[in-house]
Design a protein around this ligand. Structure first.
Ligand SMILES: [Zn+2]
Length: 326
């Protein structure tokens, strides 16, 4: 099931299709007149759509299904909590419109990407994206100025395989889930490394929240600007830290992709997180940042990751965390 816009361009394509058998210079003129007329009659809506950023929100779960993206099969058309939150955020901020889909095969296509500026993922597993559509997205669409990709939570539990053909996704997302020592009931403290960065600013200098926090493989500090990390000292857990890929637990980061932008944020497992003002403000701000209204560095900060690797290792010992693969 998916929900897509009833766009003006789709309607005009329909008119062209109907006229095609009779297409002549006269009919072409008629089509243009109709276009102008329709454009005028729906002027208010068109103006709003023209100034809004358009987001395609993919919430397809090919693995674990989070409550935040679970639609009620008994209530057709009723969207999931994260989907509702995104649509409302767009309406309340006036910044964007958001179309939600759980059908990547149908909607994550070269043709449909033309209708959007930003693609957001809250997904799991191996998505049914055609190779040609993937290549277009990675090599062209995402590299365009004003385009961006936002990953929420289990976007990092997507393409979690050993297949090197999925490395395109590991690079875009920036990390791949290996476990969550901090389960969904955990009260965690996040250190904000770059509190003046517009996407980090809503979280202050230190951010406390109850949510599930992942650890990652494929995280490359030299490629990303880390905005927040878990502070072991303020994040107790009975879970086991898998130190196979290090102790540092980045929670949010940004990077550039050509002239496009990427923002990943681990938060969002819990439905309550989708009502958290700081989280929502950061998302709204990321839309302004992706479309170029505001500046926000994507310069990689591997020194921060190195510093937090050392601190996290020390704090894991000091606070008696259970550790494996050190
Ligand atoms: Zn989760």
């Amino acid at each position: 099931m998916h929900l897509l816009p009833r766009s003006r361009s789709t309607f005009l394509i329909t008119i062209d299709t109907v006229l095609e058998p009779f297409m002549s210079r006269f009919c072409l003129t008629l089509a243009l007149i109709l276009t102008v007329h329709l454009g005028t009659s729906s002027f208010v809506m068109a103006a709003d759509e023209a100034t809004s950023t358009r987001i395609l929100f993919l919430t397809q779960s090919q693995g674990f299904v989070h409550g935040s993206v679970k639609r009620d099969p008994e209530q057709a058309g009723k969207l999931a909590p994260a989907e509702v939150a995104m649509i409302q955020l767009g309406q309340q901020s006036g910044l964007f419109t958001c179309d939600c889909t759980q059908d990547a095969a149908a909607d994550f296509t070269k043709d449909n990407l033309q209708n959007y500026d930003i693609v957001a993922f809250y997904t799991t597993g191996e998505l049914p994206i055609a190779d040609a559509d993937r290549d277009y997205f990675v090599d062209e669409w995402l590299k365009e100025k004003g385009h961006g990709w936002i990953g929420f939570h289990s976007a990092a539990d997507t393409y979690r395989t050993d297949n090197p053909e999925h490395s395109w996704y590991w690079d875009i997302c920036g990390g791949t889930f290996i476990g969550h020592p901090w389960g969904s009931g955990s009260n965690v403290t996040l250190a904000v490394h770059d509190p003046d960065h517009p996407l980090a600013k809503p979280f202050g200098t230190e951010f406390k929240i109850q949510d599930e926090i992942y650890m990652y493989s494929h995280f490359k500090p030299e490629n990303v600007r880390v905005l927040m990390s878990i502070d072991y000292a303020g994040s107790p857990t009975g879970g086991t830290v898998n130190a196979e890929f290090g102790f540092h637990v980045p929670v949010a980061w940004v990077r550039s992709w050509g002239e496009g932008k990427i923002y990943f944020n681990n938060l969002g497992h819990r439905e309550e997180t989708w009502t958290n003002p700081a989280f929502l403000e950061s998302i709204a701000t990321s839309v302004k940042w992706i479309r170029g209204d505001i500046e926000g560095s994507t310069e990689p900060n591997p020194v921060v990751s190195a510093k937090w690797e050392a601190k996290s290792r020390k704090d894991a010992r000091k606070h008696d965390f259970k550790v494996e693969n050190d």
